[in-house]
Design a protein around this ligand. Structure first.
Ligand code: FES
Ligand code: FES
Length: 198
């Protein structure tokens, strides 16, 4: 049933521009300047460790960690899939914990340690998890793979590689459009069995 205008205005308060009980206008007066504590700083100076190297950057306050890594630090191994926290392609470690870098403001990483896919290998020598993904064909196009590998490293360290079901559950935030899921599980199992969660 359609609501009458009268009941609608009663629920939402006086319409804009009408007078209050005292007869004064209820229109908000325009704010001339923001209170000091609410002043917005566009540019932020950040210092963070990325793959063991200290980085000092000045970024717009709205920049995400993903864009900082890819666009400013040129670490393009971390992929931008959905840019919305849905696919896991942007997974990195922040102080050892996996995060979706598209959902983290770069400012949040100030003073913290970030590890990306570029930080796993020792020179030309791939890490155990990277090697396992190759040995078990854990990818096809490879777009999701950096995020899958970063999640796999974390879940092995977290102790969540006890069974196929557990691996699937704890890797469920990482989507693979090529559906390489069975091989990914095999790769994670093999890396976990090797006892070297990197
Ligand atoms: Fe971050 Fe998809 S790009 S979750
Ligand atoms: Fe293509 Fe996963 S290997 S999206």
């Amino acid at each position: 049933m359609a609501r009458s205008k009268r009941s609608s205005s009663r629920q939402s308060g006086s319409p804009a521009g009408t007078s209050g009980a005292s007869g004064e206008s209820t229109l908000a007066k325009p704010r001339t300047s923001a209170p000091a504590e609410l002043e917005f700083h566009n540019q932020l100076e950040l210092t963070l460790s990325v793959n063991g190297r200290d980085q000092r950057v000045t970024v717009d306050a709205r920049v995400t960690l993903l864009d900082l890594l890819r666009e400013r630090l040129h670490l393009t191994g971390t992929k931008k899939g959905c840019n919305f926290g849905e696919c896991g392609a942007c997974t990195v470690h922040l102080d050892g914990r996996r995060v979706n870098a598209c959902l983290v403001l770069a400012a949040s990483a100030d003073g913290h340690e970030v590890t990306t896919i570029e930080g796993l290998a020792a020179g030309d020598e791939l890490s155990t998890v990277q090697r396992a993904f190759i040995d078990h064909d854990g990818f096809q196009c490879g777009f999701c793979t950096p995020g899958q590998v970063m999640s796999a490293v974390a879940l092995i360290k977290e102790g969540h590689a006890g069974s196929d079901a557990e691996i699937r559950e704890w890797m469920s935030g990482n989507l693979c459009r090529c559906s390489a899921y069975p091989q990914i599980v095999e790769a994670v199992k093999a890396a976990a069995a090797a006892g070297d969660a990197v």
